[in-house]
Design a protein around this ligand. Sequence first.
Ligand code: ADP
Ligand code: ZN
Ligand code: ZN
Length: 763
Amino acid sequence: MAGLFDEPTISYVQVAVERAVDRYPNGLTYGVPQSLAPIEVGQLVTVPLGRGNTPTDAWVLSTSDVRLDLGKNKETKQVFSKSAETVSLPQDLVSLASWMSSYYCAAIGPTLSTMLPGPVRKGTGLKTKTLVDIHTTPPTDVKITKKQQHVLNCIGDLPKNDLPIVISQLMKISSLGSRGPIDKLCHFGFLSTHQVTNIEATWFKQTIDNKEAPTLTNDQNKVLAAITPTLKKGYSCHLLHGVTGSGKTEIYIRLIDEAIKKGGKAIVLVPEISLTPQTAARLMGRFPHKQVAILHSALTKAQRHQQWAMVASGEADIILGARSAIFGPIPIEELKIIIVDEEHDHSYKQDQTPRYHGRDVAIRRASTAKCPIVLGSATPSMESWWNATRRNISTLHTLPQRAPGLTSPAIEIVNMKIARAAAKGVMPVFSKELESEIQRALASGGQILLLLNRRGFAPWIACSNRGCDWMMRCEHCESSMVYHRRKPLEEVGFVRCHHCAKEQRVPKSCPDCSKPVIRLGAGTQRLEAIIRETIPIPDDQIARLDTDTARKSSDLHSILDRFTRGKIRVLLGTQMIAKGLDVAGVTLVGVIDADTAIDLPDFRASERTYQLVAQVCGRCGRGTGNAKAIVQTYNPEAPAIVLASQNKYEEFANRELELRQETGLPPTRRMVRFVVRDDEFAITAGRADSLYERLLSIATPAIQITAAAPCVLTRIADRYRFDLTASASTASELQLFIADARSRQYITNNRDLAIDVDPISML
Ligand code: ADP
Ligand code: ZN
Ligand code: ZN
């Protein structure tokens, strides 16, 4: 080792390697040489790893004066270098990461990296400039050239406030072609230079909503009167259940205002910020003298870096962003309130390791920051409803009415079995009822939203021969191939797998019986084609919104913007259109197929269906005049659909919770799901079975384990999948079990095993 580390070690750090092996629960110890001291918790450092001392990035978890671990014989290696101070996380986020790492069973290094946006980590947008100033004690006896004297005169003529000056600027005003003369003057001691690093990003455009604060309704006043006093009382959790358009955002704004008046700061989470530019516009409009940092994917990398740095430097009063904005580096003592809007939304859950839930991490952060957290939704998750109404660990507040000026849409369920019979067995896309409502809405100048939660043109390619059951399947996944047209009105197309994204050509005829193939069912593309062909309005007044049309966030913004301004009269799309749209002109919402979620083999199918129907129907009735929603379904008696159309959330939720309790499912029990993945079916099955045996061998009576079985999606991208779950009646019992299994190395999160604590999808 000599030569590599020849300075004495003066203290120690425990670090977590960034891309690492899961060294649970402790980090690795390294020595700190004098020249690098002090190294702080939360800094990113480079350490030698392994026999080859490969330079590796690592996060500092803790520091100590003495060596804490007892690997007596091993010499402690030293930290190689530390990165810029700008790349560092405050102590409380490091603690939050270690909690996440143990709760979600993820390696701590990658968890810490998740907290820092990529552009910050990589220093994107950072520009270093050289600044020149006049030296405080210039030499008296040095001879200089005319050119050099000219430079000195130029800089000497500048007003004091303009100094120091950027070197390129000085070259310009003294007409220099190179920096040679300036360097000479520095060398002689007439001038001095230093370097500064700044983030250079153009400020992003954000529309601002200047609507004035409304007079609160009695219901809003009641909710505020209940929550506001808790701003002074440490941690508390509130569930704000308010129907769509009931003025929840107004409540958030008033609470944030109170928190800021007390010198505090706020974090506001929304499921997907690029879908709700309105929230940003409203916050900026209502807090014109405060800094709102916005963290979302529509920003350039440099802008994201800039926004994050604004938070880190303490300038931002409000952070608004999606899931990961909960890691905004606000000093913990300044964080006074956290808002989680649309808390039921599944995009709060990250589907790769660390598989954390933004809402639950937010609750954890609020409890360490000792501040209130408000979870808001028109359709709360069963988890939050359970916590508020059965466990009493959060307080329920209700806004049962829409805000003044908004109307409640009349919701009508249309039984598609009847429509199908009338169409002689063919599944029609539109029922007569929806068709005539569309005509009516168009005639009266209204805007229309149509939801179909399925992308592509046709979800199935099958054989036209009734006796043959061939259907086109992905070669790599256990799923059917989806037909896409290149353009909605052109007959050219291809098929794509929605799980592995592989594309193929459409076969002309059935490989089994040579009969022609047909395309079955309808996705958003077919819906668009039908509308363009049948509705007599100009082409540019129709638009489709799904992940195929809105690949870039600029596409998304332009569609949403045109819709908001009334330029688009018919907007159709997937669940993207169910979120956050607040457009007064919408008088008709049509749900083309309310059953896309109800048939999923997932215990949350009903919950999802309720949420989707209630949320999308809530997008109309925001202006004056009548509003209508039509829900087409083949399950007209399904409670989720009936109750959503009657706006009976409580009845639905209580009933759903009873079912979950009877069947021992979350949230009434806590669950962890293990997905075993491998290249061959038999090997996967074998590994899953042996995991089951091992887990069973250490399970206490509090733990229930289900036997391993093939997943609903048995194979994705050539990998077979088996799953099993473990559950307990409390999170702490389940956590003890997970920790035990993890310390015995029965489980680690990796390519072959996904550990999902509190899973939200069972597919
Ligand atoms: P939510 O967040 O529950 O969907 P919002 O806060 O967005 O509801 O309110 C819906 C609409 O009603 C917004 O345009 C908002 O400005 C308006 N609004 C909210 N509260 C009031 C009120 N007390 N009086 C009048 N309009 C209100
Ligand atoms: Zn596939
Ligand atoms: Zn066939």
